[in-house]
Design a binder for this molecule. Sequence first.
Ligand code: HEC
Ligand code: HEC
Ligand code: HEC
Ligand code: HEC
Length: 407
Amino acid sequence: MERGTQFFYMLSMLVAIAMSAGHFPGALAQSAKARPNGGDDLRAAYATAPDVAEGRRVAETCARCHGMNGISTTKGVPHVAGQRPAYLYAKLLAYQTGARRDHSMEATVKFLSDDALVKVAAYYASLDPAPPLAAAKTPPARPDPVVAGKAAAAGCGGCHGEDGVSKTPGMPSLAGLDPKYLVVAMKGYVDGQRKNDIMKSLIAPFTDADLNNIALYYALQKPGRASAPAPGNQAAGKKAAAACAGCHGDQGVSTNPANPSLAGQDAQYLGAALRAYKGGSRTEGSMKNAVVPLDDRTIDDLAAFYAAQQPRPPKVVRPLSTAEWVQRCDRCHGVSGNSTDPRTPALAAQRVDYFDKVLRAYRAGDRKDSVMAAMSGTLSEADIASLAAHYARQRPRAFVYVTLPCK
Ligand code: HEC
Ligand code: HEC
Ligand code: HEC
Ligand code: HEC
């Protein structure tokens, strides 16, 4: 049999990793007292050799999914070998009580006694963990979206200005516009809502992911007032702009991503855009009624007013890189996903498909855990894929049971 027999001969317990690292002095004291009659969540962490042997028999009902060696070969089924023992026990209880929902698991643990759960948890925890996935078998780390966006936008600065603040009359600034708006605007040139052949040919080759990156890059650049002079009358423009404030914000700073900010935008461009909605070469419906009453002069005045306003950046935060996420995850899950707390799951070498599935489940609220709901809430699809690949590549450390001397 596995490491079990040699190792567990007359052992008691546990927790070597956690205790030696000094994380749970309280738990150690408690465990010594609680051991004889059980009842605390660390029981599986100080199992004896006979416990583990009994756990092995229970595991025969688990093996068709998790394997006798705890290394799953089935999509969506986690590796449990070497997983932290008190965590395994707590989750088995959670499936049993319905606190965690999963059909396969509920059906299996329904009729097992508490004692059987402790022992099967101890058994799987005692096994050697799955090997890490070779780097070649995981996708490369996700490129930083802002860096990728800047690279993709290399050819845009000649017209839109270095860092997206226009210096050329008629060219719109892009810096500090909401990324959702920028994506819609760029797609508008490709799908024909906006007629501009140059922009169409420039945007058409990009994938959706490219456009998201470009939009994020520009959204995070510091906005500035475009420098070209504006012919209209700002005071008259301010009056006329009362009709626009509901969508574009009081001073042209919009708080709704669907409606672009206009503050500081190039005046000639603003005028051209308004004429385009009026003339029908821009067909997006929101502006249809707003432009009906505008004559040429009012358009110039509006453009002069908005061009003179102070632009403000949207509330967009730079997304964390995978390395920055990993730092945060490792605070609980241990260095390289090797948890030192017997109650917190290790992530090292976990299956990519399972990792991916459960992070989505926490994010959607299908798997309930307040900490993980908060952690996963802002993860993008690309973050999840990248984190799953990262942890699958980490070398797992076995859970160390300490052998106590025979009496
Ligand atoms: C029919 C297949 C099947 C059987 C049999 C089965 N499991 Fe599972 N097990 C699963 C699946 C699928 C999941 C993932 C469920 C989820 O997403 O919450 C799981 C999850 C778990 C987890 C949670 C792991 C983690 O990292 O959170 C533990 C622990 C576990 N199983 C242990 C057992 C034990 C012990 C047995 C036998 C008593 C057993 N399972 C029997 C399919 C199975
Ligand atoms: C040759 C000059 C030129 C280049 C190069 C160029 N653009 Fe443009 N872009 C324009 C002009 C002109 C408009 C205004 C078109 C119109 O009237 O709708 C525009 C409009 C836009 C808009 C809409 C702005 C808004 O406020 O709605 C976006 C977004 C944009 N461009 C992104 C890009 C990106 C990204 C690139 C590089 C891949 C790029 N452009 C390259 C000239 C250019
Ligand atoms: C019902 C909401 C609404 C009102 C009212 C409204 N707008 Fe808009 N405006 C929008 C939306 C949405 C867009 C983006 C349309 C698109 O994708 O082409 C837009 C686009 C624009 C643009 C193009 C910006 C760019 O960067 O390309 C200008 C300029 C503009 N509006 C000015 C005005 C002015 C001036 C008024 C008042 C006379 C006004 N809008 C009233 C919703 C509104
Ligand atoms: C504050 C502590 C904490 C942080 C930070 C944290 N986690 Fe967790 N994580 C937990 C706990 C506790 C659980 C067990 C939750 C449960 O019982 O379902 C868990 C469960 C998980 C699981 C399920 C493991 C399994 O075997 O089913 C995954 C995957 C996971 N976390 C990934 C992450 C990732 C990725 C991050 C960083 C983005 C992260 N966690 C950050 C505490 C944390």
